[in-house]
Ligand binder design. Structure first.
Ligand code: G4P
Length: 526
């Protein structure tokens, strides 16, 4: 087999997503332990912004160093090369998470058995659904009291709008939790609380094996058999193609903290999770096995060194082999570029790499050349799709408070928007600039960074808006009529596209009713 094909086939690039506190960091750490990427528990520092620090920008700044290190975690497990892309836990950084999801081939969702599906999980699942991303669900914290597993399955199905199929099944939960029956491999794993070691496995022939009774007691063994019978009756046989097309989510149960059920998850994951998938560019579909290199920037991490305004652009490799010091085309500028110090992320260390393959992420040191969504290729003009911005929900006018620094302010705003920190709109009625975000924190981040990185000062003026949405119509007259009627509420985005600023849900609904020829879009990609 050609080297490229072989390298592609052994790659699994995915993200773990969850509502804060469900156990994403803990699970990530345990997976790294299996890969030998780290050796002790507690080594992965959470990159989440702790709840207590909701508005504490300095705290975030401190954590930024940590989050670069954990942005991408690569490790080898068996013959596989696994890349975990980290996503910020804090909901104000949801937009960052959405973009990261464009760079993965599959997702593991962690759900707390006591809390079930929470708000953030629901939102992230919507993004997965838009892209038909295959998902595996890990129901966590079985060592704690929680909800009935059947109830959890129903909730997952209803709330995440995806069919589910348990591939492992818990024997009791909480204080009476005894272990997990692995439906996928037909084995029984007994639970012994431990944060470091793997619990014992009992070899069994099938679900009727008397060794189950010996190990968990007759009553629990009987209950397990009843449950499994019910599962087989209710849920169709697991079909890997249904999973790969994003229609069915296999479900595992366990306890990340106790490292229980994690190996089963990982073993099944490497077997069934997709290898790097074809990527859609505006021009055509790009197959990972094409010889020519292509990749796109899905994340920019700025301010590595405040004195030099240095960034790292994270490039997901989509096809071909990436080589250090080769000449690649930066499609937006049309310039050829060479990268002398691209980094890869292995075992939590950043190292300069000579080559990388589809599915891998390379970090490219940058001084402001890159924008989110930029494409690099061996020469072809390709523009990747699928890096949407979502309708922001919080808005403020941005005002310059130091007239001597207006150039710096403009440059700063432009670069921060390129990085995808927030979205800039210009109100067509009064010509004022407004910034839209998904969370309050972004306003603090912007103000702080404008001052510290660009020497510019700004002030915010509150603006009560419900949503900004992109509008278009095939009917030019209808569009003109809409814009005339709503002229006070029309803005343009950075690409000059029309945006309607709705000040309430009611107004938005009325507009949709009154102007049937206008299409309203809630993400920038349509
Ligand atoms: P997150 O990244 O999804 O936000 O969650 P994280 O892994 O940080 O886990 C949130 C809390 O849940 C942590 O406790 C963690 O120890 C705990 N946890 C994770 N998995 C399990 C599990 O299987 N069982 C139990 N009982 N707890 C689990 P914490 O007290 O908030 O943090 P820490 O001080 O322990 O780090």
């Amino acid at each position: 087999m050609a080297v490229l094909t072989e390298e592609i086939n052994r790659r699994r690039t995915f993200a773990i997503i969850s509502h804060p506190d469900a156990g994403k960091t803990t699970l990530t750490e345990k997976l790294l332990l299996f890969g030998g990427a780290i050796h002790i528990a507690g080594a992965v520092k959470s990159n989440k912004i702790k709840k207590t620090a909701t508005s504490d920008w300095m705290e975030i700044e401190k954590q930024r160093g940590i989050s670069v290190a954990t942005s991408v975690m690569g490790f080898n497990y068996k013959d596989y090369k696994i890349n975990i892309l980290d996503t910020p836990g804090h909901q104000d950084f949801a937009e960052d998470t959405y973009r990261t999801l464009t760079a993965v081939d599959s997702v593991i969702i962690v759900v707390d058995v006591a809390k079930g599906v929470e708000m953030q999980t629901r939102k992230l699942m919507e993004v997965c659904r838009m892209r038909n991303t295959p998902v595996i669900i890990f129901v966590n914290k079985l060592d704690r009291e929680g909800r009935d597993p059947f109830e959890i399955l129903d909730e997952l199905e209803a709330e995440l709008k995806i069919a589910v199929r348990p591939l492992s099944w818990p024997i009791n939960i909480g204080a009476k939790f005894k272990g997990v029956y692995n439906i996928y491999e037909h084995s029984l794993d007994l639970f012994t609380p431990s944060k470091q070691t793997i619990s014992s496995r009992v070899e069994i022939d099938d679900v009727n094996d008397a060794r189950i009774d010996e190990n968990v007691g007759e009553a629990d063994a009987a209950k397990l058999r009843d449950d499994l019978e019910l599962i087989e009756g209710v849920y169709p046989e697991f079909d890997v193609n249904e999973y790969l097309s994003g229609k069915l989510a296999p479900v595992f149960f366990g306890s990340a903290l106790n490292m229980f059920g994690v190996k089963e998850l990982l073993d099944c994951f490497v077997e069934i999770a997709p290898t790097p998938r074809p990527v859609h560019a505006q021009e055509r579909e790009i197959n990972p096995e094409e010889d020519a290199f292509s990749g796109f920037v899905f994340k920019i991490h700025a301010n590595m060194d405040p004195n030099h305004r240095s960034c790292i652009a994270f490039v997901k490799i989509c096809s071909g082999k990436f080589e250090r010091n080769a000449n690649y085309k930066h499609v937006r500028s049309g310039k050829m570029m060479r990268f002398a110090a691209p980094t890869a992320f292995m075992a939590q260390k950043k190292n300069i790499v000579d080559e990388a393959y589809p599915g891998d992420i390379v970090g490219i040191p940058d001084t402001g050349n890159f924008k989110i969504g930029d494409t690099l290729t061996s020469g072809e003009e390709l523009h990747f799709k699928g890096l949407p911005s979502f309708s922001p929900e919080m808005f403020k006018y941005i005002e310059n408070t130091d007239p001597m620094k207006s150039k710096q302010l403009d440059k700063g705003i432009q670069q921060l928007m390129d990085e995808g920190v927030a979205q800039l709109f210009v109100n067509q009625f009064n010509g004022r600039k407004l910034i839209g975000t998904v969370g309050q924190l972004q306003f603090e981040v912007i103000q702080y960074r404008l001052l510290h990185e660009y020497g510019a000062q700004c002030r915010w003026e509150p603006l009560s808006l419900y949503k900004a949405c992109w509008i278009e119509s095939d009917d030019a007259e209808a569009l003109a009529a809409f814009k005339k009627r709503k002229h006070q509420f029309m803005a343009v985005d950075r690409d000059g596209r029309d945006v309607f600023l709705a000040d309430s849900n009611y107004v938005l609904q009325m507009a949709q009713n009154d102007f049937p020829k206008i299409k309203f879009h809630f993400s920038s990609e349509f």
